[in-house]
Ligand binder design. Structure first.
Ligand SMILES: *[C@@H]1O[C@H](CO)[C@@H](O)[C@H](O)[C@H]1NC(C)=O
Ligand SMILES: *[C@@H]1O[C@H](CO)[C@@H](O)[C@H](O)[C@H]1NC(C)=O
Length: 440
């Protein structure tokens, strides 16, 4: 501390002291300057030694907070943090409040007609009405069960009686009517009368010469129905189960098997009603190896039942192969020539060692086209089952031939015609140019 300052300090202390001693006294100066007169009283001595340092004073009161600093600029956005784990499923919320009543829907479709109500009570009996008009005739009754079978002779005689007694009566009635018309026509004018008379005369002539045609099959007259028929000599086509085969020399057509192995080609025809008689015929030709009933006899082939390929030939059955009607068999040759007797017709010569299957009995024809030499060809020159072309003495196959006829218990079963062989058509065939089956 320099001396001047020390003096000023002292003076200030004096003034302050004086101010405290006197009554309140203001120092006022518009310039803010104060001028003092100081009288120095002595020369200060040398500075004494430094005193002992006093105790540290108590800490001053805390100053006021400073003003808030200026706000810094905004930091950059942080990177997106990883997703948190899936939260636990919340509890089922409370059922919502019942909705408001909807507006009414459109009018529904018309309902179905209700069932009849209960029948009302029976009313009181009314007065008796007038008699009604005669009713229409009732419906035709059901077909009765068939009566006892007539034998063929009875049927024939009956039919002939009916035809011979009825036909003249019909003829007479028509003639009588024509005569009556003639009498009436006489009153017509000349030109018209002549015209009508000519017409009537022509009618009389045709009625008078009318032949009442009897349908006569297998020697029996009756209402025969034809259920199966084709005749390729008359340009008919083959049943689809067969194929057309041609005689290369003459162009003659016939129907042959399609089978490529042991078995039969089946032609099924409906019977169109009840029948107790079957009458029919077939015309065929031997082709290749035809072995009669060998497929039935030879164990390897083992064709032991009616529904099998038991024959080389044509098998006719009814009722889904259940009932035998007739069999047309074709033997290998007219006599045994170093081949199994079972491949021959039972009627072939030398000796007839073989027999037909028991389920066909005698209801078959059997013939061969070849005489005594086994040749692989079609024997077009010898029609089978026609009673002709059995040249070998002792061969009796031509004794039974032509139309077959069977009388059976009543049935309306369909009829099956099968062309059968022990092998395919290339090996064994029966080209057939006519089949005709009638039932009654
Ligand atoms: C058979 O058919 C052939 C060819 O279709 C024809 O030329 C012939 O005139 C026919 N014969 C008969 C009799 O209809
Ligand atoms: C053939 O007939 C026999 C009885 O003779 C029968 O056991 C068999 O089931 C029949 N087969 C066919 C395919 O109809």
């Amino acid at each position: 501390m320099n001396t001047a300052l020390a003096i000023v300090g002292i003076v200030i202390g004096v003034v302050a002291f004086a101010a405290a001693q006197d009554d309140l006294q203001c120092i006022e100066n518009p310039t803010g300057e104060v001028s003092l007169n100081v009288a120095v009283r002595g020369i200060p001595g040398q500075q004494g030694p430094q005193g002992i340092k006093g105790d540290i004073g108590s800490r001053g009161q805390k100053g006021q907070n400073g003003d808030i600093g200026v706000q810094g600029t905004e930091g950059k956005q942080g990177v997106v943090g990883p997703g948190g784990p899936v939260g636990a499923k919340g509890e089922v919320g409370q059922q919502g409040v019942r909705g408001m009543k909807g507006s009414s829907g459109p009018i529904g479709p018309k309902g179905i007609v209700g069932s009849h109500g209960r029948q009302g009570d029976i009313g009181a009996t009314g007065p008796r009405g007038n008699p009604g008009r005669a009713g229409f005739p009732g419906p035709k009754g059901l077909l009765g069960s068939p009566g006892d079978l007539l034998d063929s002779a009875q049927i024939q005689s009956l039919t002939e009686t009916v035809v011979s007694s009825t036909a003249p009566k019909i003829q007479a009635t028509v003639m009588q009517s024509i005569t009556e018309v003639e009498a009436k026509v006489k009153v017509l004018n000349q030109a018209l009368r002549e015209e009508v008379m000519i017409e009537l005369q022509a009618l009389k002539d045709s009625i008078g010469s009318l032949e009442i045609v009897e349908s006569k099959k297998c020697g029996i007259v009756g209402p025969w129905r034809r259920v199966a028929h084709f005749d390729t000599t008359n340009n008919d086509t083959c049943p689809p189960v067969l194929q057309t085969v041609l005689n290369p020399t003459t162009g003659q057509k016939a129907c042959g098997r399609r089978a490529s192995t042991l078995g039969c080609d089946l032609w099924q025809v409906p019977s169109k009603g009840l029948y107790t008689s079957v009458c029919g015929k077939a015309r065929g030709y031997q082709s290749g190896n035809t072995l009669a009933f060998f497929p039935y006899h030879f164990p390897t082939y083992n064709q032991k039942t009616l529904n099998s390929s038991y024959v080389n030939g044509i098998s006719i059955t009814s009722g889904n192969l259940g009932r035998h009607i007739w069999t047309f068999a074709v033997g290998r040759t007219e006599l045994v020539t170093g081949t199994s007797a079972d491949a021959m017709c039972p009627c072939a010569l030398n000796p007839p060692q073989t027999s037909p299957p028991p389920f066909i009995g005698d209801n078959y024809y059997c013939e061969s086209g070849l005489r005594n030499r086994i040749v692989f060809r079609t024997a077009w020159e010898d029609v089978l089952w026609d009673g002709q072309g059995c040249f070998t003495a002792g061969n009796t196959c031509c004794a039974r031939s032509g139309w077959f006829h069977r009388q059976l218990s009543p049935s309306s079963d369909g009829i099956q015609v099968r062309w059968c062989g022990y092998a395919g058509a290339a090996t064994t065939d029966i080209p057939t140019d006519l089949v005709e089956i009638w039932v009654m």
